[in-house]
Design a protein around this ligand. Structure first.
Ligand SMILES: [Mg+2]
Length: 336
């Protein structure tokens, strides 16, 4: 199982980055425009002319992965909020295609604002949930759940300082923790897919109108999984295609579960929905990468990814540090 854990950690980090880079050129396009030219997105393209990402080359990723890399860098000498803040500040102002909340928060940090006050009080963009996986890996198997949740909450708060973002990040981390433990054929059974989404829907989501919306959209995902697969326009109608947490988390989960056996199908479908394609493909890629492992991500996409060796080394260091912590203890349990 130790091999599985390392493959899952590498899969989550690299799967997110590959998805981000595949989705990057389509950011902001409606699904119709993408479908007119492509059936499947399985190779890297440069950033689109006339957009903030136009200078990016094929295989380059955006803010979602830059924040993950910064987080992994902050883990290198032992994690603290101060180290995370230091790494985040280094990204400013050259962060690629960040949403308003993240960009403003980084600007606040650079101007010596406290990380407790830098975050957007109303921001409900997905920037806080696409960077949560490193924390899940770092604290995997830790029994002090409250401490782990507080750690994630304080990291989320740096950019998104509100209940919706924190709760959604904790729900996302719960999903990812579960995916690390599952065998990579678990979702072959429809019943398991439905049980999985049902358990997520049961999480408390009534504290804000946005969380209630998140729960309704997760119910839509369950509905989609129960019935014949709808076409892309129906999917967009039922799931929404923006980068708001309430739309991005359910849509990413949906594309992952609809093609759980194939990393590339999940990520390509996530892009074909249009809208916030890079963040959705990043989160879908994280889910799929954790569940299937790095070994199921096509090799040509890994080698074509910007700074892939550095990313792999950072993820590998993280996995090794957890394995050392658990060496000799049978923590890598499978529980359904
Ligand atoms: Mg992005």
């Amino acid at each position: 199982m130790e091999h599985r854990f390392k493959d899952a950690v590498l899969g989550g980090v690299l799967g997110g980055a590959v998805g981000d880079a595949l989705g990057m050129p389509f950011e902001g396009l409606p699904s119709k425009s993408i479908a007119e030219k492509y059936h499947r997105i399985d190779y890297y393209l440069p950033g689109r002319k006339g957009t903030p990402l136009q200078t990016l080359r094929p295989g380059q990723y955006t803010d979602d992965t830059q924040l993950v890399v910064a987080t992994l860098n902050a883990f290198q000498q032992g994690y603290s909020i101060a180290r995370l803040v230091h790494e985040f500040k280094l990204l400013f102002p050259n962060i690629r295609g960040a949403g308003k909340s993240t960009y403003t928060a980084l600007n606040n940090l650079v101007n010596d604002c406290s990380p407790k006050k830098s975050g957007d009080l109303l921001g409900i963009g997905c920037g806080a949930i696409t960077r949560v996986f490193p924390f899940v890996a770092l604290r995997y198997g830790d029994d002090d759940i409250t401490a782990c949740e507080n750690e994630i909450a304080s990291a989320v708060q740096i950019t998104h300082n509100n209940k919706t973002a924190t709760s959604a990040a904790l729900i996302t981390s719960g999903i990812l923790e579960k995916l690390v433990e599952l065998d990579a054929n678990y979702f072959n059974r429809k019943k398991n897919r439905l049980d999985f989404i049902s358990k997520i829907i049961e999480c408390p989501m009534n504290e804000t109108p946005e969380l209630k919306q998140l729960q309704r959209n997760l119910m839509n995902v369950k509905n989609i999984l129960q019935n014949k697969r709808p076409n892309i326009l129906d999917l967009r109608e039922k799931l929404g295609s923006t980068g708001k947490i309430m739309e991005l988390l359910p849509s990413s989960l949906c594309f992952f579960l609809l093609s759980s056996e194939s990393y590339l199908s999940s990520v390509s479908d996530a892009i074909m929905l249009g809208g916030d394609t890079d963040s959705r493909a990043a989160l879908t890629g994280i889910f799929s990468g954790v569940y299937l492992g790095k070994s199921k991500i096509p090799e040509y996409l890994l080698t074509g990814l910007e700074k892939h060796s550095e990313l792999e080394r950072l993820a590998s260091d993280l996995a090794s540090s957890i394995e050392r912590r658990f060496s000799g203890i049978s923590r890598y349990r499978r529980s359904n």
